[in-house]
Design a protein around this ligand. Structure first.
Ligand code: SME
Length: 157
């Protein structure tokens, strides 16, 4: 399984429909959180070719960089700061079509133009966020929100 990821070249929805069962197969039965988060970022990066995809985990009341695919990134983000810290504070998914217009956006890379951040909520608390960045404007929409939230819901923490 791990070496034969099937990649789809259809619509965004078809791409998610192709990758979702593979993510499930890769992670189910594996209890190690970091291994699962790492494989999720790998599968998403391979399928979509996004500029950056990764997790930040809440540790001691700040977001700390977790498994990711893409260029090196900011290590720590405070609550309420940037898109990630805002998604954490608001406990909701944020879609940002143009990061230059988002007050307090943290530019880990100047190449990043649009972004989606999905909080991972367990027992009414945000315990991590999934962050995806693109160098294309307005890449993310409700379809990404729907599928990424579904992926997030399947992760055992
Ligand atoms: N742009 C994010 C910071 C994380 S990086 O993009 C990987 C933000 O504003 O929270």
């Amino acid at each position: 399984m791990a070496d034969d990821l099937q990649i789809s070249i259809g619509t965004k929805q078809e791409m998610y429909e192709t990758i979702m069962p593979q993510i499930k197969a890769l992670t189910e039965g594996e209890p190690d959180l970091i291994a699962n988060l790492a494989n999720i970022t790998g599968a998403l990066k391979e399928q979509f070719g996004w500029f950056w995809v990764g997790f930040y985990l809440v540790k001691n009341n700040e977001l700390v960089l977790g498994p990711f695919q893409g260029p090196v990134a900011c290590t720590r983000i405070q609550k309420g700061r940037g898109v990630c810290g805002s998604s954490w504070q608001q406990a909701q998914t944020l879609i940002v079509p143009d990061v230059t217009k988002f007050p307090g956006h943290i530019a880990c890379s100047s190449l990043s133009v649009s972004e989606i951040v999905v909080p991972i909520i367990r027992n009414n608390e945000v315990i991590a966020v999934l962050d995806v960045d693109s160098e294309k404007p307005a890449l993310f929409d409700e379809t990404d929100k729907k599928y990424l939230e579904e992926i997030i819901a399947g992760i055992l923490f």
